[in-house]
Design a binder for this molecule. Structure first.
Ligand SMILES: *Cc1c(COP(=O)(O)O)cnc(C)c1O
Length: 395
């Protein structure tokens, strides 16, 4: 063990020497637009709390009531004795919201993506995946015995080439897999073009809409709504851990047969505990709020547009787009250092943002990824822009 500990310490040192150690900043408050850390109060611009539901009073009340009514834990997987009627109600509610026949809950979207490919696609099938897809999709695809093909990010010519290759190899089932929103850029996948190609090649379409469900599209149904392909995506996965309350849990929403088969075959579903009752109730309330009111989405869009406008006025370089993920770019060889210094200087001014650099994003494309929320006020957005301006002046 001493030799192993030495080796592990050496690996940790390598990670640190490469500047890649992730330090966890401990919050001393609930998740919200305004948070506190051990050292200071801060405006939070790096949460996935897009609709501000993480500490919404109605969500908290629903979760607290559920503790009383439904207990703390299930102490069982779903198929033994871990299914309460509210689990099935939530699954139907998710399906109705995103527009599929049914859905199935997992402990996380990571688990949903980890369980789906092995269950649905085997030897003789082909999985065609965007190169920028989330780590959980990549891992899930590796667990399947299907052929694995990758296409360049959102590149429809390359996707066509991969589909032709898969058909040429005589693949049986074809599935195109993409994130709905690419989280480092805030770019939407071209689902309209993807669905057209899928029709042409008789392929299925699977979209991980974790960074979209609840707020993208007019009714917040997701990227498929935004791109006008409601009803044309075969499989949607998503998380309850971002806009929809931000607690935990994930789902696969799809055709009935797919959901039914996953209940029999998806290993993270079969062999992992049921989602906790209070999380089910709180998430259900969050979806109800997202489904029945446009107020959060309106505020989120206004905040995102205001931030883009003010930052552009101040001469910052942003990636184009409309998603509340707003990358502020620090290009060039020096960018990684500048972005990191900017983030530190902004935190000293009470604005919490995170800098990303290689290998998370390509070399020379360092950025601060700002994430707007409906919980931010206009003053909060202005304070964030001012912190960017002041930090730039200091550096
Ligand atoms: C956040 C995220 C996940 C993971 O969701 P969890 O429920 O936290 O496991 C999966 N896919 C994408 C695209 C995500 O952004």
């Amino acid at each position: 063990m001493y030799a192993i500990k030495d080796a592990l310490r050496a690996t940790l040192r390598e990670i640190d020497d490469a500047g890649l150690t992730k330090h966890e900043r401990e919050l001393t408050s609930p998740q919200s637009a305004h948070v506190t850390t051990e050292s200071a109060a801060a405006l939070n611009f790096c949460a996935n709390n897009y609709l501000g539901l993480a500490d919404h009073p109605d969500v908290i009340t629903a979760a607290r009531d559920a503790l009383q009514e439904w207990g703390f834990g299930m102490a069982s997987v779903r198929f033994i004795c871990g299914t309460q009627s509210q689990h099935r109600d939530l699954e139907r509610q998710i399906a109705q919201f995103v527009g599929t026949e049914d859905s199935i809950l997992f402990s996380s979207c990571f688990d949903a993506n980890g369980g789906i490919f092995e269950a649905l696609f085997g030897a003789g099938d082909a999985i065609i995946s965007d190169e920028l897809n989330h780590a959980s999709l990549i891992d899930g695809i590796r667990l399947s015995k299907a052929a694995r093909l990758r296409y360049k990010n959102a590149d429809m010519a390359d996707l066509r080439g991969q589909l032709e290759a898969a058909r040429g190899d005589g693949a049986d089932r074809l599935v195109i897999v993409t994130d709905g929103v690419f989280s480092m850029d805030g770019y939407y996948a071209p689902l309209d073009a993807i669905c057209d190609l899928a029709d042409e090649f008789n392929a299925m379409v699977m979209v991980d809409d974790s960074h979209a469900v609840g707020f993208v599209g007019e009714g917040g149904r997701g990227t498929h709504e935004l791109k006008g392909v409601l009803g044309r995506v075969d499989i949607l996965t998503g998380t309850l851990g971002k806009a929809l309350g931000g607690a935990s849990g994930g789902y696969v929403a799809a055709h009935q047969e797919i959901v039914d088969l996953l209940r029999q075959r998806a290993r993270p579903y079969l062999f992992s505990n049921a989602v906790a009752p209070s999380v089910v109730a709180g998430s259900s309330k969050a979806i109800e709020l997202a489904a029945t009111s446009n107020d959060g989405r309106r505020q989120l869009r206004a905040n995102s547009a205001l931030f883009r406008e003010l930052m552009t006025q101040q001469g910052f370089e942003l990636l184009p787009g409309s998603h509340p993920i707003t990358p502020v770019m620090f290009p060039g060889a020096d960018g990684a250092r500048v972005a990191a210094q900017m983030a530190d200087a902004m935190l000293a001014r009470g604005v919490y943002v995170i800098a990303f650099s290689f290998p998370v994003v390509p070399k020379g494309k360092a950025r601060i990824r700002v994430q707007l929320s409906a919980a931010h006020s206009e003053d909060d957005v202005r304070a964030c822009v001012q912190a960017f301006v002041d930090a730039r002046a200091e550096i």
